[in-house]
Design a protein around this ligand. Sequence first.
Ligand SMILES: NC(=O)c1ccc[n+]([C@@H]2O[C@H](COP(=O)([O-])OP(=O)(O)OC[C@H]3O[C@@H](n4cnc5c(N)ncnc54)[C@H](O)[C@@H]3O)[C@@H](O)[C@H]2O)c1
Length: 428
Amino acid sequence: MTSKVKIAIAGVGNCASSLVQGLEYYRHHDSSEAAGLIHPELGGYRIEDVEVVAAFDVDRRKVGRPLHEAIFAHPNCTTVFQRELSETSVTVQMGPVLDGIAGHMDRYPDDRAFRPSDAAPVDISEALKASGAEILVCYLPVGSEQAVRHYAKACLDAGVALVNCVPVFIASNPEFAEQFVKKGLPIVGDDIKSQFGATLLHRIITRTLGDRGVKIERTYQLNTGGNTDFLNMLEQTRLASKKVSKTESVQSQLDQRLADENIHIGPSDYVPWQNDNKICFLRLEWRGFGDVPMNLEARLSVEDSPNSAGVVIDAVRCAKLALDRKISGPLDAASACMMKHPRKQMRDSEAFLALEEFIKGQDGMTRAPRQRISADSQEELAAQRQLHVDSLQVLDPVGPRLAPREAVGVTTKGNGQRPFDMTPDKRA
Ligand SMILES: NC(=O)c1ccc[n+]([C@@H]2O[C@H](COP(=O)([O-])OP(=O)(O)OC[C@H]3O[C@@H](n4cnc5c(N)ncnc54)[C@H](O)[C@@H]3O)[C@@H](O)[C@H]2O)c1
C-alpha cells in the first residue's frame, strides 16, 4: 500500500506534540519491534504512511510557526522523546477562538497557560480543502463546545473525516452522526481512550468484579495533572461533558448502574509540577461472598499525551480504511475500542475483537452509505452478531485475552526510570 493518510490537526497542544513526535520516532525504529503500537500495520497502512498536511491553533507562540517547532512551544510540557524532527512545510494556521480559551487562563503565568494570537482566523473548511487533508484530528480543550462543532461542520463542508478526541459529543450525537452518514464521511469519537489509562483500568476492574459475582457499592477515580488540559479543567462550567464521558464509560461496564452519589469520576486538581504526568487514584468498594465488604485502592501514573497518541494513529488509519471502503457515519467498533464516549458502548475485550474484524473487512457493525438493509439481511446480521457474542463467551467467560504482541507497549513512568529526555527546551 503506497497511498498516504493525510491528516489535519486542530489544537497543537501536548497530544499533538506526542503524535507528531511519534510519527517521526517510528520512522527510525522498526515499528514491529519498538514498544507502544497496537498495530504496527493496520489494513495495509503503516505509521510512516500518516502525514500531517495542515494544523490549526490560536496561541500566539504556535500560530504562524512551522509545525515541527510549534509542537515544542509553551505551554506544551509533555515528554520530548523525539527531539529531531524532519522539517515540514506545514505552518500552523489561526483558527477561530470561539470558546477555546477559558477565562481563568489569564491568571496563570505565560509558560503555563494559553495566550491568544491577534491573527485573523482562516476559513477552516477552505483551509482543509486546500491542504488535501482526508481526516481531521480534533484536539481542542475540554469545554470548547462551539469550537469543536465549528471544526466538525467544516469537515462536513470540506468532505473530511473526523477523529474527535475531545469530550464534546459529535459521533455520539445522533444529528451530527446522521450528517456524517449523509455526506459519506466516517467519524471516530468521542473522547480518546488512552493506551492504558485511568478509564481503561477502571472499566476492566469494574467489569471483572461484575463477572466474578460481587456487588459494587461505591467507587471513585480522582485524577491530578499539571498540563494545560488539567489547568483548563479547573473551570467547572467546562467540565459537564467530560464528567459524563468518563462516568458513563465506567457505568457502561456495570450490570446495575450506581446511583450518582456512589460514583465520582473526574479531573480532580491541577498540580503544576506534575506537567504532563497524570496520576489516578482509584477506589472500589464492594460486597462479596456472604455480603462481606471488601475494597481495592490503586494508583496509576502515566505520561498523559503519549499515552493516547498511538491510539489516535490507529483511529486515523481506521477512518482511512472506511474512506477506502466507502463506509460512513460513526465507526462503532473503532469508537467503542478507542473512545470513552462512543455511541455504542461494548466490553473492551469485545470491542477489540470487533475492531480486528472491521480491519479485516469482516465486521457486521458498520454500514455503507445509502445502502438499505433488507429485513432478511437484518435478521442475518442480528444472528451473526449473536453468534459473535456467543463465540466470545465460549472463548472466555471474562473476555478474550490479548495475544502477546497486543499486550506489549505500555510505557509508564511508574518504575522510577526516565528513559526519555524530559528537558522541556526547544520551546518558544
Ligand atoms: N492526553 C490524553 O490522553 C487525552 C485523553 C482523552 C482526551 N483528551 C483530550 O484531548 C484534547 C487535547 O488534549 P491536550 O492535552 O493536547 O490539550 P492542550 O491543552 O495541550 O492543547 C489544546 C490546544 O488547543 C488549542 N486551542 C484552543 N482553542 C482553539 C481553537 N478554537 N482552535 C484551535 N486550537 C485551539 C490550544 O492553544 C492548545 O494548543 C483535550 O480535550 C483532552 O481532554 C486527551
